[in-house]
Design a protein around this ligand. Structure first.
Ligand code: ARG
Length: 719
C-alpha cells in the first residue's frame, strides 16, 4: 500500500488532463480537490465507502453496469444490456425484441437469460504481497503462471466460504498489483421492462457509436432473493431484494457544463501497451477480426429472414458481432489518420533515456521493455491460428462438446486444482450456459459458420494447424472441400448435443462415457483434446514469462509518469471505477460543432419508417403534437433525448447511471462517439465524448408511449 500513498500524493499535486482517468475508489481522496472543482457536491471521501451511498447502489451485471433505483430491487441499465434476456424470451409469435416488454406486476416479470447475475461489490482487498510471496526469480513461465493461479484460487476459495459471495483476484498494471474483490451475488434476476427495439435500439448499427444520437437505450431488471433475504436460485417463492441503498431519480436532468460522473465497471483499456503491441493490434488484429465478424454477420443474415425464429435466435450474437466490427473499424480509421504509433514510439524513447539516466534505474528496469517485446513477438507468431480458433468457437456444437468433455476430465481432480470455469463454484453457471444454447442455436447457421471459419483455418501454414483436427477432417491427405462439407452435414444430422436434456446429462458423465460415445462432435472433441491442452499450456508458459517483465515495465512507466506529474490510473479490468466530467459538446472535425443535446424532433427528422429508423407510430404522433408532458426543457423547447459528456468510459460502463453533483440518477451512459473509440488505447481530451440517455426522455417514453407508470411510481423521483 505504501507505493500507492506516494503515487497518490504525486497525483494530487498534478494538473492532470481534465476528465481522463478511470479511478479506483481508494484513489479518490487523492483527486478530491479536482472532484470538488469540477462541481461535486458530496464529500469525495464518501465515494470510497463501497457499502454506503452512493456506491452501495451501483451493481455489475458482468459485462455491463447497473444500479438499484427502488427499495424493491428494481435495477436500471441499458436496453443493450438486457437485450440478451429480451432475445431469450422472444419467439416468432411473441417477439419482445420488436414489441418491447412491460411487466405490470411482479408476477408478470420474466426470468432473465439463464446465468444472469447481479453483483454488488462489498470489499476490495490488496493481495499483491500474498501473490508475490509465492513467486521466485528463477521460476519457469509455467511455474509462475501456476503459482499465481494457485494463490488466487485459494484466496477466492477462502473468500467464498460464505456462499452468497463471488470473489475474484484481479491484476492491475499487468500484474504489478493484485486485489481481491468480494461481491454479493444475486442469482435470481428477472426482466421487468424494455422499450421496443425501435426505441431502445433506434438507429441500430447505423447510429451505433455515433453522434447525433436518438436512442432510448434503457431497460429494467429486478433482483430477487429467498424469503430469508439471502441470494437464492430462481424460485417462484423468492421475493424482491431490498437493497440498503438505491438512487433517487432527478427528473430535472442536467444542463450544459453541469458536473456528471459515472460509477461503473469498465471492461478493458490498453493505454500502457508497447509500440510493438499497438502496431500489431491496429495493422493486423483489428482488421482481421473485423473481417471475420463481418463474414459471420453476413452468413447469419443470408440464412435467416428478419423476424424468423432462426434470426431471433441470433439477434443477440449479431448485435455483439456488429458492435465490435464497427468498433474495430473506427479504431483502425483513427489510427491511420492519427499519430498514435509515433507518440507511442517517442514515449518509449523518452522512457529509455529516463531509465538510462541513473545506474539504479538501469539495474531495475533496463531489461524490461526488451524482454517484454521478445515475448510479445513470440505470441504474435501464432496469433493467426489463435484468432481463427477463437472464431471457430462461434460453432456452438464444437464448443459445447469441447467444454463438456473437459468438464468430465476436470471432475476427476480435487476441486481447488480444477481449471477456472470448471470448479464447483462454476457448475451452476455452466449448466445455465448449456440451457441458453436452446434459444441461441440453429443447426443450419452454425454449420455455415464452421464451414466458413474452417476455410480460413485451412489457409494456415501446416506447422501451425492442429494435427489432430487436420486428421479428423482428412486435411492431412487429399482434402476435398465437398467431402468436408458432407462430413460436417452428417455430423450435424447425427449429433444429439442440440438437445438440452442430452447436454445436461453429459455434465454428469465420466471421460470413459465420452470415449464410448458415437456422437460425432464428442468424437471430435476427444480427438483434438490433447493437442488443445498443449496449446493451452504453451499459452500459460508464455503468460507466466510475460509476468516476469510486464509488471517491471509498468513500474518503470509509472515512476516515469510520476516524475512528469502525469496521471496514473490502471487500465480498465472490469472492476469498479469512477470517472467524472461535464456535459459538453465537441468538434468531431474541422468546421463542425456537435451540440450536447438532441431532442425529440430529431427522431422525426431521422425516421424513414424502415428499421432501424422506425419509431413507434404513437411516439411520432406525440412528437408531432408537441405532447411533451412535464419533460420539456425550456432552453431546448422540447424533450432532450441523448446528451454528450466528457467522461472517460469504455464497454462495460454501459448501463451505469449518470449521476449529478449529488449522486442522483439523471440518465444512463450507453455509448461513446465514433472519434473516441480509439481512446481505449489512446485518450484524446478533445475528441473523447460519452453518450447518455437523458432521464427526461426515459421518463417521457415510459409514461407517454409505454404506460410504464407502475415503475415511475416505484422510483423516488425528485426535482
Ligand atoms: N456501442 C454500444 C456499447 O458498446 C453498444 C450499443 C449496442 N447497439 C447496437 N446497435 N449494436 O456499449
Amino acid at each position: 500500500m505504501k507505493k500507492f500513498a506516494s503515487l497518490c500524493f504525486a497525483l494530487a499535486s498534478t494538473a492532470t488532463l481534465a476528465d481522463e482517468g478511470m479511478w479506483q475508489p481508494h484513489q479518490l481522496p487523492s483527486i478530491a480537490t479536482k472532484l470538488v472543482d469540477a462541481g461535486l457536491k458530496l464529500d469525495p471521501n464518501s465515494l470510497t465507502n463501497l457499502t454506503s451511498f452512493p456506491m452501495g447502489a451501483i451493481v455489475s451485471l458482468g459485462g455491463c453496469t447497473a444500479s438499484f433505483v427502488s427499495d424493491k430491487g428494481l435495477v436500471a441499465t441499458n436496453h443493450h444490456c438486457v437485450y440478451g434476456s429480451i432475445q431469450y424470451n422472444s419467439t416468432e409469435e411473441n417477439n419482445l425484441l420488436k414489441n418491447g416488454f412491460l411487466a405490470k406486476s411482479f408476477s408478470e416479470e420474466l426470468p432473465a437469460t439463464p446465468g444472469s447475475r447481479i453483483y454488488v461489490t462489498e470489499e476490495i482487498t490488496p493481495v499483491t504481497a500474498i501473490i508475490n510471496a509465492a513467486l521466485t526469480e528463477n521460476m519457469s513461465g509455467a511455474e509462475r503462471y501456476k503459482s499465481i493461479d494457485k494463490s488466487s484460487k485459494s484466496l477466492v476459495a477462502e473468500c467464498e466460504s460464505d456462499s452468497k459471495y463471488r470473489c475474484s483476484v484481479v491484476n492491475f498494471h499487468g500484474g504489478l498489483e493484485y486485489y481481491l474483490f468480494k461481491q454479493l451475488t444475486i442469482r435470481d434476476v428477472r426482466l421487468v421492462h424494455a422499450p421496443a427495439s425501435s426505441v431502445g435500439k433506434y438507429g441500430g448499427d447505423i447510429d451505433n457509436w455515433m453522434w447525433p444520437r436518438h436512442t432510448g437505450d434503457y431497460g429494467f431488471y429486478r433482483a430477487y432473493v429467498g424469503k430469508d433475504g439471502q441470494p437464492a436460485d430462481y424460485s417462484e417463492d423468492n421475493v424482491p431484494y431490498e437493497p440498503k441503498h438505491h438512487l433517487k431519480v432527478n427528473k430535472s436532468s442536467v444542463d450544459e457544463d453541469d458536473y456528471i460522473m459515472v460509477l461503473g465497471y469498465p471492461g478493458r483499456t490498453n493505454r500502457y501497451r508497447t509500440a510493438l503491441e499497438v502496431e500489431n493490434q491496429f495493422t493486423w488484429v483489428y482488421p482481421q477480426a473485423k473481417a471475420y465478424r463481418e463474414e459471420i454477420i453476413k452468413l447469419i443474415h443470408d440464412n435467416s429472414a428478419p423476424g424468423s425464429d432462426a434470426r431471433i435466435k441470433y439477434e443477440s450474437t449479431l448485435a455483439s458481432l456488429a458492435n465490435y466490427a464497427k468498433n474495430y473499424g473506427s479504431m483502425v480509421e483513427s489510427y491511420n489518420k492519427g499519430t498514435t504509433l509515433e507518440r507511442k514510439k517517442s514515449l518509449e524513447t523518452e522512457l529509455s533515456s529516463w531509465i538510462n539516466a541513473t545506474d539504479d534505474r538501469k539495474d531495475k528496469y533496463g531489461e524490461a521493455l526488451k524482454g517484454l517485446n521478445t515475448l510479445i513477438q513470440k505470441d504474435q507468431q501464432t496469433q493467426a491460428r489463435d484468432l481463427i480458433l477463437g472464431y471457430l468457437n462461434y460453432g456452438k456444437m464444437l464448443s459445447t462438446a469441447n467444454r463438456l468433455y473437459r468438464l468430465s476430465q476436470e471432475n476427476t481432480k480435487p476441486n481447488i486444482e480444477r481449471k477456472r470455469g470448471y470448479q464447483e463454484r462454476d457448475i451452476a453457471r455452466f449448466e445455465q450456459g448449456m440451457k441458453a444454447v436452446n434459444r441461441r442455436y440453429d443447426a443450419e447457421i452454425d454449420q455455415k459458420i464452421v464451414l466458413a471459419m474452417f476455410k480460413h483455418y485451412q489457409q494456415l501454414p501446416k506447422a501451425q494447424r492442429l494435427k489432430s483436427l487436420d486428421k479428423f477432417f482428412g486435411l492431412d491427405k487429399n482434402f476435398n472441400q465437398q467431402e468436408f462439407k458432407n462430413k460436417l452435414e452428417k455430423m450435424y444430422a447425427e449429433t444429439k448435443l442440440n438437445d438440452q436434456a442430452t447436454r445436461l446429462a453429459w455434465m454428469k458423465k465420466s471421460s470413459k462415457d465420452f470415449e464410448n460415445s458415437n456422437d460425432p462432435f464428442i468424437q471430435l472433441a476427444i480427438a483434438t483434446s490433447a493437442e488443445r491442452k498443449q496449446l493451452e499450456e504453451s499459452g500459460e508458459e508464455l503468460s507466466g514469462n510475460i509476468q516476469s517483465y510486464r509488471p517491471k515495465y509498468m513500474e518503470a512507466l509509472i515512476a516515469y509518469f510520476n516524475s512528469k506529474n502525469l496521471p496514473v490510473y490502471a487500465d480498465a479490468n472490469s472492476t469498479l471505477r469512477v470517472t467524472y466530467g461535464n456535459v459538453k459538446g465537441y468538434s468531431p472535425q474541422d468546421g463542425l460543432i456537435a451540440t450536447p443535446f438532441t431532442t425529440l424532433e430529431g427522431i422525426v427528422r431521422k425516421d424513414t419508417g424502415v428499421t432501424p429508423f422506425d419509431a413507434p407510430k404513437k411516439q411520432l404522433k406525440l412528437i408531432e403534437n408537441k405532447q411533451y408532458g412535464e419533460y420539456a426543457k425550456k432552453e431546448l423547447g422540447s424533450v432532450p433525448v441523448n446528451f454528450l459528456g466528457t467522461l472517460d468510459i469504455t464497454g462495460g460502463n454501459s448501463g451505469s447511471p449518470t449521476l449529478n453533483d449529488k449522486a442522483e440518477f439523471v440518465g444512463l451512459v450507453f455509448d461513446g462517439v465514433y472519434e473516441s473509440i480509439i481512446g481505449d488505447w489512446d485518450y484524446d481530451t478533445k475528441l473523447n465524448r460519452s453518450i447518455h440517455v437523458d432521464i427526461k426522455y426515459m421518463l417521457w417514453v415510459m409514461e407517454h408511449v409505454d404506460g410504464a407508470t407502475n415503475l415511475i411510481e416505484e422510483m423516488d423521483i425528485v426535482e
